[in-house]
Ligand binder design. Structure first.
Ligand code: ADP
Ligand code: ADP
Length: 223
């Protein structure tokens, strides 16, 4: 039932100074759920996301992962910016994420076209990212993450760099994509309205050291 069970996790970065980024984190991620992590800058949101995504290890505690390993990486990532390759077209960018999957070129391209259509970029397959708006570039990154076939989608402020109106459109679009394919999603944001709109579980964090202040379940909250 749970893809991830985070138990008593702490993270300390030791460099010029010692930074306790996370302290005693307990969190469960249900398969197919949409979790939003919200809190002030520096409270450890990205660090927690990176630990869930196996990009970082905990200093203390344990993360139980029940997502089967396959040819496809467990997690696909979407970051705030710089998530697309400028020298690739839209189609190449979206198809690229599937290199790991054991499918043929033709199938990869078909799948990429499908996700390009789902994010509303049909007609732009052969465009390069610099020819498109910021919102459209983020849609490329999101389409690619879905196209990978990874069962877990981890997003760090994916809409953070967008203007308010584009951001609202993209929130709708994220929900639409998640309804098509119920991946286990974790989205980091500093915007509580965004968390309330998107999440069925909202993790509210506080800083110094990064702790979970409360976890809000929104079972019927979605409009
Ligand atoms: P948030 O995503 O909530 O803004 P982060 O997880 O990025 O917070 O950072 C939490 C704390 O850990 C911050 O004080 C940050 O400076 C520190 N930190 C993050 N990554 C590193 C790192 N690689 N080395 C040292 N300190 C780090
Ligand atoms: P922004 O992120 O700048 O607010 P959007 O991603 O919401 O823009 O794009 C709004 C619409 O404007 C797109 O769906 C597209 O139809 C059109 N558009 C934006 N940039 C271009 C472009 N370079 N070429 C053609 N149409 C574009």
């Amino acid at each position: 039932e749970y893809d991830f069970v985070v138990e008593d996790v702490s993270k300390v970065f030791v460099g010029a100074t010692r930074v306790q980024a996370l302290s005693d984190i307990d969190l469960k991620l249900k398969r197919g759920s949409f979790t939003c992590i919200v809190g002030p800058s520096g409270c450890g949101k990205s660090t927690l996301l990176r630990i869930i995504g196996e990009l970082e290890t905990a200093t203390k505690g344990h993360v139980e992962i029940n997502v089967p390993e396959s040819r496809v990486p467990r997690s696909a990532f979407v970051f705030q910016e710089h998530g697309v390759f400028p020298w690739f077209t839209v189609l190449q960018n979206v198809a690229f994420g599937q290199q790991m999957a054991a499918v043929g070129k033709k199938e990869r391209e078909q799948n990429a076209r499908r996700w390009i259509a789902e994010v509303g970029l049909s007609g732009f397959e052969n465009a390069y990212p610099h020819q498109l708006s910021g919102g459209m570039r983020q849609r490329i990154a999101i389409a690619r993450a879905f196209a990978t076939g990874s069962p877990v989608l981890l997003m760090d402020e994916p809409l953070g760099a967008l203007d308010a109106q584009t951001r609202m459109l993209m929130q709708e679009q994220l929900l639409h994509l998640w309804e098509i394919e119920h991946k286990t999603v974790v989205l980091v944001t500093h915007a509580i309205e965004e968390a309330l709109l998107l999440g069925d579980q909202i993790v509210v964090m506080s800083a110094r050291p990064g702790r979970i202040k409360e976890i809000i379940d929104v079972p019927f909250g979605r409009p």
